[in-house]
Write a protein that binds this ligand. Structure first.
Ligand SMILES: Nc1ncnc2c1ncn2[C@@H]1O[C@H](COP(=O)(O)O)[C@@H](OP(=O)(O)O)[C@H]1O
Ligand SMILES: [Mg+2]
Length: 265
């Protein structure tokens, strides 16, 4: 994968983030959900900007966006397409806690081969591509190379979970885990926290869609981690007829035994 393509996609994600922040910085009536609400405006502004700039960058590549699934007619002949969530973490956007992201992934044969996750309110960017590794650029512009950590048996598990959609199965999992800390976080930032070694595991025992995980999965995998279904198979983006992901686990290093926790469930 070439670094210039990754830089161009990062620039698009940052521009979409700026468009979102223009709207975020205005007063928001937090209960508004109807059309023309600031939320809808922000989703749409980011979607249109990304779609337009990706079509200039790669006119032949199809785009699957959360904001316009009807426009997508399938991957190209090589199994390639862009998979985007222009504004992930809508509840966090409404709550104004900053935990929302712009997500752009390039899929090839069902695998996320390039991903950019940008959190505009935090001014933090995660980016990765196959062969280039995973990096974080913080609000001060400091660049760090990302590596997942290996959980030590003597330490409590550091889990990250949805702030807004915990899922009914989480309490049972936590009960059998033993000592743990659970950090709540909105959006695809949860996967990025595993990628940067701030969390050991992100168990998602609830619904998400393909665009919620694709970009951040590339970041996790290039940092040495994995994103697997409860049967241990890697999460795939090959079947775009099924937009919902299965339940999944985001794992740091040496945690292959995690899926077995679920085998008899
Ligand atoms: N019942 C449901 N069906 C499908 N996706 C759901 C869902 N509940 C939550 N999600 C997904 O979970 C994402 C938010 O995750 P989290 O709670 O971890 O921040 C949402 O992204 P959006 O905010 O882009 O809609 C949405 O796609
Ligand atoms: Mg989303």
């Amino acid at each position: 994968m070439n670094r210039q393509l990754l830089s161009e996609v990062e620039a698009i994600a940052r521009a979409a983030g700026a468009a979102i922040m223009d709207i975020y910085s205005r007063p928001i009536a937090v209960t508004e959900k109807a059309d023309q609400s600031p939320l809808t405006e922000a989703d749409q502004a980011a979607h249109h900007l990304i779609e337009q700039r990706l079509s200039l960058l790669s006119p032949a590549l199809p785009v699957l966006s959360e904001e316009d699934t009807a426009a997508f007619a399938g991957a190209d002949a090589q199994g390639r397409y862009w998979l985007i969530d222009p504004l992930d973490g809508t509840k966090e956007f409404i709550k104004r806690n900053g935990e929302f992201t712009v997500n752009i992934a390039l899929i090839e044969q069902g695998k996320s081969v390039l991903g950019v996750v940008y959190a505009p309110a935090l001014a933090v960017c995660y980016r990765a591509a196959v062969g280039l590794g995973a990096e974080k650029i913080d609000a001060a512009g400091q660049l760090t190379s990302l590596k997942v950590t290996t959980h030590q048996a003597s330490s409590p598990w550091r889990l990250v979970g949805s702030r807004s959609h915990a899922g009914d199965a989480m309490p049972a999992l936590l009960a059998q885990l033993g000592e743990h800390e659970l950090v709540p976080m909105g959006s695809s930032l949860k996967l990025c926290l595993v990628a940067e070694g701030s969390a050991d595991v992100y168990p998602r025992l609830g619904p998400t869609s393909l665009w919620d995980t694709a970009a951040a999965q590339c970041v996790v995998e290039q940092a040495g981690g994995s994103v697997v279904q409860l049967n241990g198979e890697t999460l795939s983006y090959a079947n775009t007829k099924q937009l919902l992901n299965p339940y999944f686990l985001v794992l740091g290093k040496n945690q292959q035994d995690w899926p077995s926790l679920f085998l008899d469930k």
